[in-house]
Design a protein. Structure first.
Length: 195
C-alpha cells in the first residue's frame, strides 16, 4: 500500500492550484474534488435540505478515491480528502444547523467506519492564507462555492482541532498568502519534506 498525502485547508486557500503544480512533476497519482460531478452539490447550494445527502456522497466518494489511490505505484496526492470533508465541512454544516445532531452522528459513524478499513493519510499538508487572499480567490472561481470567505476561520479551527490529534511530524503547515501562481516556494518545501 503506497503513501497517501493530502492537502487540506479552507475553500479558496489554493489546494487545487497547488495540486496541479505538484501533479506536473509526475511524481504523484492524484485525485481532485470534482465538484461538478457530485450529484448533490448543486442541489445543496440551492437548498440546504440536501446537506446530509451531499456529505454522505462526499464521504463515500473520497473513501473510494483513497482506496483506488492506495493501489497505485506512485505516492498518492489528494486535494482535500475524506478527513477535510468530515472535520471541515461536515462540522461546518452541523454548526450552521444544516445537519441535525442525528445527521451529524450518521456522518461521524460513517467516517469512523471508513477509517477502520482505510488507513489515515500518511502526511498532511495544511494550507493557510490571509482572509483577503481567500476572499479574492473565492470571488474569481468558476465553480460552486459551498463555503464562503466568512467560513474560513471556522473551517480552519475545525481542521486545527483534527490536526492537533495527529503526530506533528506528519503535518506540514504552509502559509501561502505570498505564494506566486506556480507555488514555487511551497512546492519546493513539499517535495523536500516528502523526500
Amino acid at each position: 500500500m503506497n503513501r497517501l498525502i493530502v492537502l487540506v485547508g479552507t475553500s479558496g486557500v489554493g489546494k487545487t492550484t497547488l495540486m496541479r503544480v505538484l501533479q506536473r512533476t509526475g511524481k504523484f497519482e492524484t485525485a481532485f474534488e470534482d465538484h461538478w460531478e457530485r450529484p448533490f452539490q448543486t442541489r445543496f447550494k440551492q437548498d440546504q435540505k440536501y446537506a446530509l445527502a451531499n456529505q454522505i456522497d462526499y464521504l463515500l466518494f473520497r473513501a473510494e478515491q483513497e482506496g483506488r489511490l492506495r493501489t497505485k505505484e506512485k505516492p498518492a496526492l489528494m486535494d482535500g480528502g475524506l478527513d477535510l470533508d468530515f472535520y471541515g465541512f461536515t462540522r461546518l454544516f452541523h454548526a450552521y444547523g444544516w445537519l441535525t445532531d442525528a445527521e451529524f452522528d450518521v456522518c461521524r459513524r460513517l467516517h469512523t467506519l471508513i477509517r477502520t478499513f482505510l488507513s489515515p493519510p500518511d502526511r498532511v499538508i495544511a494550507m493557510n492564507a490571509s482572509a483577503e487572499i481567500i476572499q479574492t480567490r473565492l470571488a474569481a472561481r468558476e465553480r460552486i462555492n459551498i463555503a464562503s470567505a466568512e467560513d474560513a476561520d471556522r473551517i480552519t479551527q475545525f481542521l486545527n482541532d483534527w490536526l492537533a490529534t495527529l503526530p506533528q511530524i506528519k503535518v506540514l503547515r504552509l502559509d501561502v498568502s505570498e505564494e506566486d501562481l506556480n507555488y514555487t516556494t511551497s512546492s519546493c518545501k513539499i517535495l523536500n519534506w516528502l523526500d
